[in-house]
Design a protein. Structure first.
Length: 376
C-alpha cells in the first residue's frame, strides 16, 4: 500500500513508507498504481491519525501542521508562545523533550531568562547567534533532520521568521517552506512567529509582512492584535486567517507588566479573557483608535467645551471663525464626523433649547452656551 503521496498530510514511520514505495514499484500497470493510491483503502488509518491530533497551543496550533502567528513588535509573541507551551507540557498534551524553541530574535539577558524557563520545564532553547551558527546552517540541519525518522513528533518553533528567510524574496521563502514541509511529512510540527507591517489595511486590520505566497505554504495562520495597553495591563486578540482542522477563530488573552516585576511574573499573569473582559478590551481599543484618528478635531472641541456646553451650530461657527490655528488640520465635514464618533468617549450629547443637541465634556452638566460664557 502506497503512502508516498499522503505522507505530507498524515506522517508515518519511514519503514512503512519504504515498504509502500517498494510495493508500488512492483506494480506493472498504471491503473493498478492509481487504484493502490486510492484513499478509500486507508480510511481506518486516516481516522486513527486524526484522533491522534493534539493542540500544541490551546485551540490553535495543531500537531502535524505549519502554523504562523504574526503581530507588530512588542505585542508579546514570545511570551505567549512560551506560556502556551508550558500549559501543554503541564497538561501532558506534549512531551517537553520534543520541543525545540529556536530563539533567533532576543538579546543575551532575555535569552538567558528564557533558557532558564526552558530548563525548568524540560524543553530545548536554541540561539543560532549565541553559538556562532548562521540561520541558513540551522535550516540545513533541519533539512537533514527531515531525512530521518528522528523528526517524528518533534515540535519546532521559529522565532522569528525574518531571521531565516528574506521576507520580500519568494525564492528565499520557498526554500525555507520546502524544508518545513519535509519535516511535516515526517509528522513534525512547525510553529512560526512572524511580523506585521507598520501600517494596517483600510479596515484597520494587521497586514502580514512578507509575500502573498506564504498564505499558500502554511496550514494555519493567526494575526495577534493588541486590543489595549495602559502601560501595565495588555490584552491581545488572536484572529484566525487560515485553517486546516478544528481550530478556534477568535480568542483573547491578557497579561500584566508590573514595575520591578520579573519576566516570570509576566509569564504567570497570562490568562485567557472571558466574554465580558474581551468586550471591555475591544471597547477600549476602539475608543483609543477613534481618539487617534480624530486627534486634532478632538483637541479643538475639548478646548471649546472647557468653557461650557455648545450646540452643533455654535461649534461649527467657532471652526469657521479662523481664530484657531488647529482648524487648518481638518475640514468642516471631518469635524462633524468627529463630533458623532467621539460621542460617549470624550463628550456627551443632551437636548437643549428648541431641542438642539448640546455637547458637553463627559461627566459634566450641560448648560447653555450663553450661560457658560457669562460664568452664570
Amino acid at each position: 500500500m502506497n503512502r508516498a503521496l499522503d505522507d505530507e498530510f498524515y506522517g508515518v514511520s519511514p519503514e512503512h513508507r519504504k515498504s509502500s514505495a517498494s510495493q508500488i514499484q512492483k506494480q506493472s500497470s498504471p491503473l493498478d498504481v492509481l487504484q493502490e493510491l486510492s484513499m478509500t483503502n486507508r480510511l481506518d488509518e486516516m481516522e486513527t491519525n486524526l484522533s491522534n491530533e493534539v493542540y500544541i497551543f490551546k485551540g490553535m496550533a495543531l500537531s502535524g501542521q505549519i502554523t504562523l502567528f504574526y503581530a507588530k513588535p512588542n505585542t508579546g509573541k514570545t511570551l505567549l508562545f512560551i506560556k502556551f507551551l508550558i500549559d501543554a507540557i503541564k497538561s501532558k498534551q506534549i512531551n517537553a523533550s520534543d520541543i525545540f524553541y529556536i530563539n533567533a530574535d532576543d538579546h543575551y539577558r532575555g535569552l538567558l531568562t528564557k533558557t532558564k524557563i526552558a530548563d525548568k520545564y524540560g524543553f530545548h532553547m536554541i540561539s543560532p547567534s549565541n553559538v556562532g551558527m548562521e540561520p541558513s546552517k540551522l535550516i540545513q540541519t533541519l533539512s537533514d533532520l527531515a531525512k530521518t525518522s528522528d523528526a517524528q513528533g518533534k515540535i519546532i518553533i521559529l522565532d522569528t521568521l525574518k531571521k531565516f528567510a528574506n521576507m520580500m524574496n519568494k525564492n528565499s521563502q520557498s526554500s525555507l517552506y520546502n524544508v518545513l514541509r519535509n519535516l511535516i511529512a515526517k509528522d513534525a510540527t512547525i510553529i512560526i512567529a512572524g511580523h506585521a507591517n507598520k501600517h494596517p489595511d483600510a479596515d484597520g486590520n494587521l497586514v502580514y509582512e512578507g509575500t502573498s505566497d506564504t498564505h499558500n505554504d502554511i496550514d494555519c495562520m493567526y494575526s495577534i492584535n493588541q486590543l489595549s495597553n495602559n502601560g501595565n495591563d495588555f490584552t491581545v486578540e488572536f484572529r484566525n486567517e487560515k485553517a486546516r482542522g478544528d481550530v478556534i477563530s477568535l480568542v483573547s488573552y491578557g497579561y500584566t507588566k508590573k514595575s520591578g516585576g520579573s519576566y516570570c511574573d509576566i509569564l504567570d499573569s497570562v490568562h485567557e479573557l472571558d466574554i465580558e473582559q474581551e468586550f471591555h478590551s475591544k471597547k477600549e481599543s476602539k475608543n483609543a483608535e477613534l481618539k487617534a484618528r480624530y486627534e486634532s478635531e478632538r483637541l479643538f472641541v475639548l478646548d471649546l467645551l472647557k468653557a461650557g456646553s455648545m450646540n452643533h451650530s455654535q461649534i461649527l461657527a467657532e471652526f469657521g471663525s479662523d481664530k484657531y490655528e488647529i482648524t487648518k488640520e481638518f475640514s468642516r465635514a471631518k469635524l462633524s464626523t468627529a463630533l458623532k464618533e467621539l460621542n460617549g468617549i470624550d463628550w456627551e450629547i443632551s437636548r437643549g433649547e428648541k431641542n438642539a443637541k448640546m455637547y458637553a465634556i463627559k461627566g459634566t452638566r450641560a448648560m447653555s452656551y450663553k450661560v457658560a460664557k457669562n460664568n452664570e
